[in-house]
Design a protein around this ligand. Structure first.
Ligand SMILES: Nc1nc2c(ncn2[C@@H]2O[C@H](COP(=O)(O)OP(=O)(O)OP(=O)(O)O)[C@@H](O)[C@H]2O)c(=O)[nH]1
Ligand SMILES: [Mg+2]
Length: 627
């Protein structure tokens, strides 16, 4: 199945031709029939003599409805550029042709209709004018079919042209990423909400869950139709009406998109390649605010040119575009930029998760050039270099390729040691990738940081892993893999969540050594009520805590390890006998004051050995009756 679109100036006979070909009047709105003018997209279909079924999207020609035309043009495989023989090339013939050219539509047939109104000589003249017009466009060399929708002269020749053209069309690929830009939605009483559009990228099946992007609301496919026939599954490239349960009509508007749930995210910023229309006399300036059209969506957009201050007619260049509304775009998606009544430029999406760029940054421009023309391996690599570690599905979602293509690319990149595969640690997460440069840089970076930390804090055993991870900005799983691999290579040591260089030992001066041994002696002598005003500086104290010589109960109270341990044994056996222990009871038990007993009990709470219960504390897991 292929989607054929019409294009051309207002009143040139597009809808009449569609009706003559298919028997279906594409002007479905009452207002359209009354005014004999198409205002919105119309739909019809036809089976060609070669058995190929085609859908026809009929667009409005009036300049006021160009944005509706743009909502239809995205899904077209082939276009019928319709020109009335009596009027020849007019304003919207040129504008529609410019749009088709910017979207790279190469398959087309020019239909010189209303041929009943003019003579042969005139037809020859108009044909010459058309050939010149097409010369500069993607439709250069397209066949021209003369016909009349009223006398039906030439219609069978037009069908022959269509048959011939569809023989050479390539079906839309299934890349496992179904997307349907909604171009129409309505409610049928008793059936609920229906959305229609052209399906691309994958399959939709009856019964499956479906998600609306960008709202991320979910429903279920209750039924599918193509050309008024019930079907069980819709294939890419077909016109589909999706009957959805669980969503209201308000959830499914033109400009939203239906997809399989979970993988597609809307984006506000895209890196793109732009091409200026040749038909305009305007330039596109850096930072311009203009209208952006892709799929059936439109929004305003700020254009940040990445190479120059302005693009002139016919120029090409890279740009970062900030969209006012987030849109569910993918690499490879095409779009049109307009300002006022003028079609300025067209382009393709290269990156849907870009960072902000400086102007004329060679590395950025090279990367975009790679995405534009590179192989799947090269593109996967630049995405990993830019984003750091990525899950397989996240990488797949930002690339314009099938799962198999990505899997092959990953295989090649791994064999050549350009990326590192991180296996999933459990069933809830999936395989992820890091490129070797990022991996090595991060490893060096961590080594430097640990080194620096030792210099600043020579007495501390090491730096906390969480602190390093936050600074690197990686997720725990990739970070843990990196640290594990660094430890395996003996670059780092990892003890109790502290990371250090393997040869690092805290260096103490002889003064410090004697200060510490005196301090420990005093703590031991002090027993359960030691002095609280004689602590060494925080680094020295941390060292003693790390070494397990002392236990710090609070900022004030530090106990010798042996004292602490015997207090725990005593307190536990008390609780086992009495069920609970209050602050008062503990004070009597240890023959000391609240000052020591309170931090001790709170320390046990923090370790989750005990838990507060009324006035006292109970052992966690003990059978002590709760008050
Ligand atoms: N004589 C003659 N008249 C035609 C022919 N095709 C269309 N017309 C007439 O031209 C007028 C416009 O036709 P439409 O088919 O509505 O034109 P359109 O291109 O769809 O117009 P918009 O959708 O508004 O852009 C109608 O009055 C048609 O009857 C033809 O082949 N010969
Ligand atoms: Mg029409």
């Amino acid at each position: 199945m292929f989607v054929i679109g019409t294009a051309g100036h207002v009143d040139h006979g597009k809808s009449t031709l569609v009706k003559a070909l298919t028997g279906i009047d594409p002007d479905r709105l009452k207002e359209e029939k009354e005014r004999e003018m198409t205002t919105d997209l119309g739909f019809a279909w036809l089976r060609l003599p070669n058995g190929v079924e085609i859908s026809i999207i009929d667009v409005p020609g009036h300049e006021r409805f160009v944005k509706n035309m743009l909502a239809g043009v995205g899904g077209m495989d082939l276009v019928l550029l319709i020109i009335a023989a009596d009027e020849g090339v007019r304003q919207q013939t040129r504008e529609h042709l410019a749009i088709l050219d910017l979207l790279g539509v190469k398959q087309g047939i020019v239909v010189l209709t209303k041929s009943d109104l003019v003579d042969e000589e005139w037809l020859d003249l108009v044909e010459t004018e058309i050939e010149e017009l097409l010369m500069q466009s993607s439709l250069n060399g397209s066949p021209i079919a003369r016909c009349s929708a009223i006398t039906e002269n030439g219609l069978s020749e037009l069908v022959d042209h269509l048959t011939l053209s569809t023989d050479t069309l390539v079906p839309r690929p299934d890349i496992g990423k179904p997307r349907l830009w909604i171009d129409r939605s309505f409610t049928i009483s008793g059936f609920g909400s229906v959305a229609t559009g052209t399906l691309i990228g994958g399959i939709i099946k009856v019964g499956q869950e479906i998600e609306v992007v960008p709202t991320l609301k979910r429903g279920r496919v209750r039924g599918l139709q193509t050309h008024s026939q019930e079907i069980q599954q819709a294939l890419p490239g077909s016109r589909v009406a999706v009957n959805i349960s669980g969503l209201s009509h308000d959830d499914i508007n033109r400009g939203s998109l239906l997809s399989s749930p979970g993988w597609l995210k809307a984006t506000r910023t895209i890196d793109t390649t732009l091409r200026m229309a040749r038909s305009t006399d305007r330039t596109l300036k850096h930072n311009a605010l203009i209208n952006f059209y892709s799929g059936t969506a439109e929004t305003t957009a700020r254009i940040r040119l990445l190479e120059t201050e302005a693009l002139a007619p016919g120029d090409v260049g890279f740009a970062q575009i900030r969209l006012q509304e987030p849109l569910p775009l993918l690499e490879g998606d095409l779009f049109i930029l307009r300002t006022g009544d003028t079609t300025l430029a067209g382009g393709a999406v290269l990156d849907t998760t870009p960072k902000r760029h400086r102007k004329s940054d060679r590395a950025v421009l090279d990367r975009l050039q790679t995405i534009l023309t590179g192989s799947a391996e090269e593109i996967a690599l630049v995405h990993l270099q830019e984003n750091g570690p990525l899950d397989h599905s996240d990488l797949l979602a930002i690339m314009d390729c099938t799962n198999e293509t990505l899997a092959d690319a990953v295989q090649t990149l791994t064999t050549s040691h350009q990326i590192i595969i991180l296996a999933p640690e459990n069933t809830t997460n999936e395989i992820s990738y890091v490129d070797a440069d990022t991996w090595n840089l991060s490893s060096t970076n961590i080594e430097d940081q640990v080194h620096q930390y030792h210099r600043l804090h020579p007495l501390r055993r090491g730096v906390s892993k969480e602190e390093l991870r936050t600074r690197l900005g990686w997720r725990p799983r990739e970070f843990v893999s990196l640290i594990t691999s660094m430890c395996a290579k003996n670059i780092l040591s990892d003890i109790n969540d502290l990371v250090s260089l393997p040869d690092h030992t805290p260096l103490l001066s002889s003064d410090e050594k004697s200060q510490l041994s005196n301090y420990i002696l005093e703590l031991q002598r002090g027993g359960v009520s030691p002095a609280t005003d004689n602590h060494p500086n925080s680094d020295l104290l941390a060292l003693l805590i790390d070494q397990g010589e002392v236990v710090k109960l609070s900022e004030e109270v530090v106990l010798a390890k042996g004292v602490y341990e015997s207090m725990v044994t005593t307190a536990l056996s008390y609780m086992e006998t009495h069920g609970t222990i209050t602050v008062g009871e503990a004070r009597d038990l240890f023959d000391t004051s609240r000052k020591y007993v309170l931090p001790f009990l709170e320390y046990l709470d923090n370790l989750q050995i005990t838990r507060r219960n009324g006035d006292g504390r109970v052992l966690i897991g003990s059978k002590a009756k709760e008050a």
